[in-house]
Design a protein around this ligand. Structure first.
Ligand code: ADP
Length: 356
């Protein structure tokens, strides 16, 4: 076989192996070796993986092409290698095998399964609470009107939380790429700030927390106004929820310029309970709460920050946090100060490795 052919085969992402009628590998490309479809023990000739050989035997026997999907344990590290293997009988007892790496697809499927399990669990809890409360309410209606009112109020609280959970789940699944980011448009940061102050006035005044805005005016970011407002509202609502009464939350904006790309920072600083260092890397995960009881009491769903993170990334930006337990936290949303280039048009799941 010519070296040009070898070069072509080695450039493929799929593994290619051809076995002769005695299962000896007569053609193997680099990807197949990488996947471990063919191995070489010290001093010995190259040998096909047991699974590859038994596939070849079956295909040779009945001449029918077979496609199987399997997880190959890796010798060295981590998750098993998921492969989709297709074996075709050629003449003279030879068998051609191609294998595609589906590890990533398997990982995504696993994450999705976990997510569905988490969602079901999260929905079951408030629904269970509602059932109990409704029973208690029925019980108390005649005997204890004051208790009945308390139960009714808790039903109201739980059902509001359930409603929020459902709408945040919908929001998150929309953001996760089912629908592409709407055309980025210039958005005035002042408008975002005004809208956020308006929407957080009620929870703020309930705790005597003033949300003060300061910093540069007249800034512009690029993206979707609704999403950006949602992100900042989530940050301010958290700042209020995780702060004691009579404290201040500050919402500040500034324009940072560096060599080529300027960006806009929207920071939310509170004087709240802060976040333990061990939790800090996890708070952006869906359903993670540092303190479940507190989050429940505040009506939290554990989805707010996951939504903020998605919005930041969708916009070509990021969100960071600095926090000291007992002192307070600062969440900073950084957004590009100019329209993002074509890269933004790619759905977030598309990643291409290697150098262009
Ligand atoms: P939740 O609905 O529970 O607030 P989030 O995703 O918004 O969910 O936040 C995840 C967790 O991060 C919260 O449960 C809380 O433990 C922590 N957290 C978020 N914001 C703050 C903050 N400003 N101060 C302290 N802890 C915070």
């Amino acid at each position: 076989m010519g070296s040009a052919m070898t070069e072509i085969l080695d450039a493929l992402l799929v593994g290619v192996v051809v076995l002769d009628d005695t299962d000896r590998p007569v053609l193997v490309n680099a990807a197949a070796r990488e996947m471990g479809l063919v191995r070489q023990r010290q001093g010995a000739a190259e040998e096909a993986h047991t699974i590859v050989r038994s596939l070849a035997t079956q295909v040779r026997r009945n001449g029918v092409t077979r496609v199987v999907e399997l997880d190959l344990p890796r010798l060295t590290h981590g998750d098993p290698l998921g492969v989709n293997v297709r074996a075709v009988a050629l003449d003279g007892g030879r068998v051609a095998i191609e294998a595609a790496d589906v590890t990533e697809a398997h990982r995504v499927a696993r994450v999705r399964r976990d997510f569905v399990a988490n969602v079901s669990h999260e929905l079951k809890t408030p629904v269970g609470a509602l059932q109990l409360l409704a029973e208690a309410l029925l019980d108390a209606t005649d005997k204890d009107p004051a208790a009945a009112i308390r139960f009714a109020e808790r039903i109201k609280h739980e059902s509001a939380r359930l409603g929020r959970l459902v709408s945040e789940l919908l929001e998150l699944s929309r953001l996760q790429g089912a629908e592409p980011l709407p055309e980025p448009e210039p958005v005035e940061v002042d408008k975002i700030v005004a809208e956020v102050l308006d929407r957080t006035k009620t929870p703020g005044s309930a705790k005597h927390i003033e949300v003060a805005s300061r910093g540069a005016r007249g800034l512009t970011v690029y993206g979707n106004e609704n999403q950006l407002v949602t992100a900042v509202v989530n940050l301010v609502e958290n700042a209020i929820a995780y702060s004691p009464e009579n404290t201040t939350v500050s919402l500040s904006t500034r324009h940072l310029t560096d060599a080529d790309t300027g960006y806009i920072e929207i920071a939310v600083e509170d004087q709240g309970i802060g976040i333990e260092p061990r939790d800090i890397d996890r708070i952006f995960e869906r359903f993670f709460r540092a303190d479940r009881a507190r989050s429940r009491a505040t009506g939290g769903t554990g989805l707010g920050l996951a939504i903020v993170k998605h919005i930041a990334t969708n916009h070509g930006g990021r969100v960071d946090v600095v926090s000291t337990v007992g002192v307070g936290s600062t969440f900073t949303l950084r957004l590009p100060a100019r329209p993002a280039d074509a890269a933004l048009a790619l759905p977030p799941s598309v990643e291409i490795g290697g150098t262009p």
